[in-house]
Design a protein around this ligand. Structure first.
Ligand code: NGO
Length: 529
């Protein structure tokens, strides 16, 4: 009896082994570009059969004179080097085409739609990414990475083959703004963590990173004219840990790192509420002239700048001036949410004045949806997180809306009632809920032309380190990225979940600590060597 069972089990095991070997061999023969799992889904994909092989002779050729293009070439070579072990050279292209090479063509080909569009042409002989701007080339590279086996993302040498299915992809985004927000105030995250975060989000073609740099619990950006903001106001965080802050040099390093990945940093100084860290650092910013105690809890809505004091605006002007000088991007975010301790008249006065301060430093203002209850200056953007009527007020004023509805796009919301990290005041957000919506139809009265884009926000009351960041962000972010990139007609949850499943191996290869949702048919994810 025992013997028989063992025999049957052995036969079963051998059959499974053979089956899994044949399927994994089949997986190594990519020949149908149209069945590849690319996230966000590209606009058009035409498969031509066969594949290109990346091997030790592959070189990267650049067409177009541009320093940025050279940097992108190096970036691409750098991405492929650790896992392939190939020392891929980056060279300027000549007239004759070198078979077996990757071409980055900053020349356009007459079909390119905008700065973020790219064409990717793969034949047996060459791979070509064509765009009119370096951003387009960079985005095309993200697609290319996803066409190689997941192990391309590992940091140790792997065996090939490195095959890319042949065909043509022609692609551009639905929305110009595809963002993520990271709250570095409630818990502080070191420069290295932010850089890793930037690398991970760029893989999904996210192009804006909003940094929530100040809140009741901590001020995280050095302001040279008001040094106590960080010396005192940055010295703690939720739970009483030691907090931290970015020097201007470190911050500029983050900005540059992001720029090199075609991500624009949007800095936020939250005000007039959510300002306890500043109010603890400078007594004069309080209406009663008394400094507040540092705060390490998670309540909201108790702090406010003194809207009627002149010093408040001198302070804000200094802060925005220094921040604008560190910000190559167009936007500065002024918060404006949950100012429950500010009288309504004061709030209106304050937001109207601060919008003009931002403008005077050459930047475009963004604020949470509450700012739409005041008169918005031209170009101002309201970030819809909570109240649709506020978002509508912005549209009525002829302003655009950035979509971050808490019920769908808050990455700090728990997946379900068993999730240990996170909050659930807005909703439990499973992977399907995060994916299955369209900003252009979510709020009646707000259409695509009123929408700047979409942003997924990670608040960090409960999130304390990189692993926890990754667990809350993945795998919801790829879905939100697809909402921002791919037109609604081309999006379907049932098809998406299959593609997402194939990214499990990529998450693993990148060392991402993701939430293995039961709604997604993940393949068996083996431990990486
Ligand atoms: C709200 C609040 C934040 C919280 C977050 C938690 C906005 C815009 N203000 O979103 O202070 O951290 O919820 O989910």
């Amino acid at each position: 009896m025992t013997c028989k069972t063992t025999k049957i089990n052995l036969t079963a095991i051998v059959t499974i082994l053979i089956l899994s070997l044949t399927t994994s061999c089949a997986k190594q023969e990519p020949s149908d570009l149209s069945s590849e799992s690319i996230i966000p889904a590209p606009l058009t994909v035409i498969a031509t059969g066969g594949y290109f092989s990346l091997d030790k002779n592959t070189e990267i050729y650049l067409k177009g004179e541009s320093e940025e293009l050279k940097q992108i070439g190096q970036y691409l070579a750098g991405r492929f080097r650790p896992s392939t072990g190939f020392d891929i050279e980056v060279k300027q292209a000549t007239e004759s085409e070198v078979p077996g090479s990757i071409y980055l063509n900053l020349t356009g080909d007459g079909t390119i739609v905008n700065d973020e569009s790219y064409n990717l042409d793969v034949t047996k002989k060459t791979v070509k990414i064509t765009a009119v701007s370096p951003a387009g080339i960079f985005l095309g590279i993200q697609t290319l990475r996803q066409l190689l086996p997941a192990k391309i993302e590992l940091s140790t040498p792997q065996k090939g083959p490195w095959r890319i299915p042949a065909g043509t992809i022609s692609d551009w985004p639905e929305y110009a703004y595809r963002g993520t927000m990271l709250d570095v105030s409630r818990h502080f995250f070191a420069v290295e963590d932010v850089k890793r975060f930037i690398d991970l989000i760029s893989y999904y073609k996210i192009n804006f990173l909003h940094l929530h740099l100040s809140d009741d619990q901590g001020w995280r950006i050095e302001i040279k004219s008001w040094p106590n903001l960080t010396a005192h106001g940055g010295s703690t965080q939720v739970g009483g840990g030691k907090g931290g802050y970015y020097t201007q040099e470190q911050y500029s390093d983050i900005v540059k790192y992001a720029q090199e990945r075609y991500i624009t940093i949007v800095p936020e100084i939250d005000m007039p509420g959510h300002t306890n860290a500043a109010l603890a650092s400078y007594a004069e910013l309080n209406a009663d002239g008394k400094a507040r105690e540092l705060y390490t809890g998670t309540e909201v809505g108790f702090s406010t700048f003194a809207a009627k004091k002149e010093i408040t605006y001198k302070f804000i002007d200094d802060v925005i001036r220094e921040l604008a000088a560190l910000t190559p991007g167009p936007y500065i975010h002024i918060g404006g949410d949950e100012s429950h301790a500010t009288k309504k008249d004061d709030y209106v006065l304050f937001v109207e004045k601060v919008q003009n301060i931002v403008k005077s430093h050459g930047k475009t203002v963004i604020g949470w949806d509450e700012i739409a209850t005041t008169k918005l200056i031209e170009g101002a953007v309201a970030q819809f997180w909570d109240k649709a009527p506020n978002a509508l007020k912005a549209v009525e004023q002829g302003r655009r809306v950035l979509f971050s509805p808490a019920k769908r796009a808050y990455l700090d919301m728990q997946y379900d009632s068993t999730t240990k990290l996170g909050l659930h005041w807005a909703a439990y957000i499973e992977i399907d809920n995060a994916y299955n919506w369209d900003p252009a139809t979510l709020v009646p009265g707000i259409q695509k032309e009123n929408i700047l884009g979409i942003e997924a926000a990670l608040w960090s009351e409960t999130v304390t380190n990189m692993d926890e960041i990754e667990y809350m962000v993945f795998p919801r972010l790829p879905g939100i990225a697809e909402i921002g990139w791919t037109p609604p007609m081309k999006r379907d949850w049932n098809e998406y979940k299959e593609r997402l499943a194939m990214h499990g191996e990529r998450f693993k290869a990148m060392g991402i600590d993701f939430y293995p949702s039961k709604l997604v048919p993940w393949p068996d994810l083996k431990e990486e060597e």
